[in-house]
Design a protein around this ligand. Sequence first.
Ligand code: C5P
Length: 406
Amino acid sequence: MLQDKRVLLIIGGGIAAYKALDLIRRLRERGVHLRAILTKAGGEFITPLSVASLTGEKVYTDLFSLTDEAEMGHIRLSREADLVLVVPATADLMASMAHGIARDLATTALLATDKPVMIAPSMNVQMWNHPATQRNLRTLEGDGILRVGPGSGDLACGEVGDGRLADVMDIVAAADRFFDRAMVANRPLAGKRALVTAGPTHEAIDPVRYIANRSSGKQGYAIAEALAALGAETILVSGPTTLPDPAAVTTVRINSAREMLAACEAALPADVAVCVAAVADWRMADDAAQKIKKNGGAPPMLNLVENPDILATLSSRAKDRPALVVGFAAETEKVIEHARAKLGRKGCDWIVANDVSPATGIMGGDDNTVHLVSRAGIEDWPPASKADVARRLAQRIADHLKEPTA
Ligand code: C5P
């Protein structure tokens, strides 16, 4: 879990600062990218050189240093981390954090950060038990600050009790658990399988001509990418498009509706299927083996038959119907009315409906205005980019799979 994580380590001024050096080694062994701020008091216990040697990075010490600020302003320093770790967190640092005091680089970075902060307190037992420190601790807990330790035992000052810095390996484990939990929270679809169809289909008339439509595939690709970003193992079955394969998605490229259906069936089982493809309604009953010639006579009659309906087929699978089947309805009039009818006709659970009349610019464009139609009712979503619509839909899908409602 720690591999490639970015941690900003703030080293406070306590005798336990020397243990921060061991912590740096243990975190680096696990692939953590570390930057460190050494407070002035911390610098009384360990040297910037030892911190720099172990982190392999410049050590930041001074809020008003031209070189520090020119290289990496305190705001950037506080933001370019996945976790801010304060080790040791002295009574003074805790008090500053609790009261929003920013009087040096460390406390300014702690006030400026928008990232989770974990403290490992270390101090004399009386300082730890002092009502002021305990009050500050409650404030910090209320602010969502995470904590590991302190432990209990012999203290460097000769007294015995609470206030010992947590064992270095316990701090490593706490950081590991934090990233583990963050990953689960950020990836609510981990362990789920998602199937998405996108793009148009091409139905051959003869070896050089085909029936097609104007679908760009953008919305479907964005949905596949958003589902994958939430942790779903995602298969995108795509008709011909000019788009690159989305990140972290298995993309299966097909041409015709029948190929799309076969690829979808091969991709089952899935927890959710989102049919965004603009599947051609008809194909040639018999496509010509050779290019049809003009021959100067009457134009050829195109004898069409209906294509399989992929959305309806997936919705009616007996054994392996996905728990949630979502269709799209691109309409040019009576958008909601048609969407409701489609919900019944196709047997799917949700219809994402949008108005694609030419004036909207939605077809092929980057934005979309949609309505989520289910048997529970209609949600009107505000106009948004196709990427935002995709992210919102993916989150909605994750919520539904956790607690099916509508
Ligand atoms: O019937 P209509 O094409 O308007 O329905 C649109 C919805 O049905 C979309 O979700 C589309 O992906 C799906 N569909 C399908 N197979 C078809 C036709 C439409 O999956 N042959």
